[in-house]
Design a protein around this ligand. Structure first.
Ligand SMILES: [Zn+2]
Length: 308
């Protein structure tokens, strides 16, 4: 249900008031992914329970954009999860492609402490930025090493067949005349299915330990696991047949599917709209794709929920 902020000055209309432009709907979350929520909600509202042979269920999560927190909370705390249908369609914007694999996203924060002092008396202080800089150079080298590796399932991600390490933010120092006592690096690592987050965190810690040569902290900010469904999974096959898709599709971004799969749900991604317009000003959803997705969902409900 959540969307990313919409503070960019380039918006041509109010991002939180959907604009119907005839061939497209414009607004924050139209593609990612409130368009799909409306399709799903309307199908449940329209469903005649007496004609359903098997249950149709909606799961609306929150805080997907900041680390799939709602999905994790759901699998950690919802007692009735075992009674819910196993097959799950997540309506992330895939341009109506049926996606059975995505990478995960591991956010790590590495912190260095120094001793603040007036830079006129450097012997009274200790820089936190310098060891961070050594760590950054070593992490850049680790990124290059990882780009040459081909972990299991690399073939499912032909565009980027390796785990991606991104040094996303560096925060440190207060003023040029002050020895900096704090420096933090945040990393975003896109893991392939089957790559344990703990092992990657340990690999990062070892890299920093060897390069920085100073005490540091490392913490996991969030984890969104990768996901891969079998090509023969009934939900995957049913959707591929409905849209006439042959072959496997994968995406590089993480979704709630990672946690749901951990809890035994069989997940695929299928939704209208493009990830390329998501998180950007003037995000839009093509009207034709929106309605086509609705038709496909109707067909899927017929098949999966046994409507005669
Ligand atoms: Zn998003």
């Amino acid at each position: 249900m959540d969307v990313v902020p919409a503070e960019e000055p380039e918006w041509e209309s109010d991002p939180f008031a959907m604009a119907d432009r005839g061939d497209r709907y414009v607004g924050r979350g139209t593609a990612d992914m409130k368009g799909f929520l409306s399709l799903a909600a309307n199908r449940l509202a329209a469903a005649d329970t007496s004609s359903l042979g098997r249950p149709l269920c909606l799961l609306f999560t929150y805080d997907e954009e900041v680390g799939t927190l709602g999905a994790r909370r759901f699998i950690d705390s919802f007692a009735g999860a075992g009674r819910l249908p196993r097959d799950v369609v997540i309506g992330e914007p895939t341009g109506l492609r049926v996606v059975r694999a995505h990478k995960g996203m591991l956010r790590l924060r590495v912190g260095f402490h120094g001793q603040a002092a007036h830079s006129g008396y450097p012997h009274l202080g200790r820089s936190a930025i310098e060891p961070a800089a050594r760590a950054i150079l070593a992490l850049a080298e680790l990124r290059r090493i990882m780009e040459r590796e081909r972990p299991p399932h690399a073939e499912e991600f032909p565009e980027v067949p390796f785990a991606v390490l991104n040094i996303g933010t560096v925060l440190g120092g207060s003023a040029a005349n002050v020895i900096p006592n704090r420096c933090e690096i945040e990393l975003g690592i896109r893991l392939l299915p089957g790559m344990p987050a703990a092992a990657m965190a340990e690999r990062v810690a070892e890299t920093v330990r060897l390069a920085a040569d100073e005490p540091f902290t490392i913490e996991q900010v969030s984890e969104s696991p990768a996901m891969i469904a079998g090509a023969e999974a009934p939900i995957h096959r049913a959707l591929c047949e409905l849209v006439g898709q042959h072959g496997t599709q994968s995406v590089m971004f993480a979704t709630d599917a990672g946690w749901l799969q951990r809890a035994g749900f069989e997940c695929v991604l299928f939704g209208p709209g493009s990830i390329e317009v998501a998180h950007r000003p003037n995000e839009f959803l093509p009207a034709a794709e929106f309605h086509r997705a609705g038709e496909v969902l109707d067909g899927l409900i017929d098949r999966s929920c046994g409507r005669p």
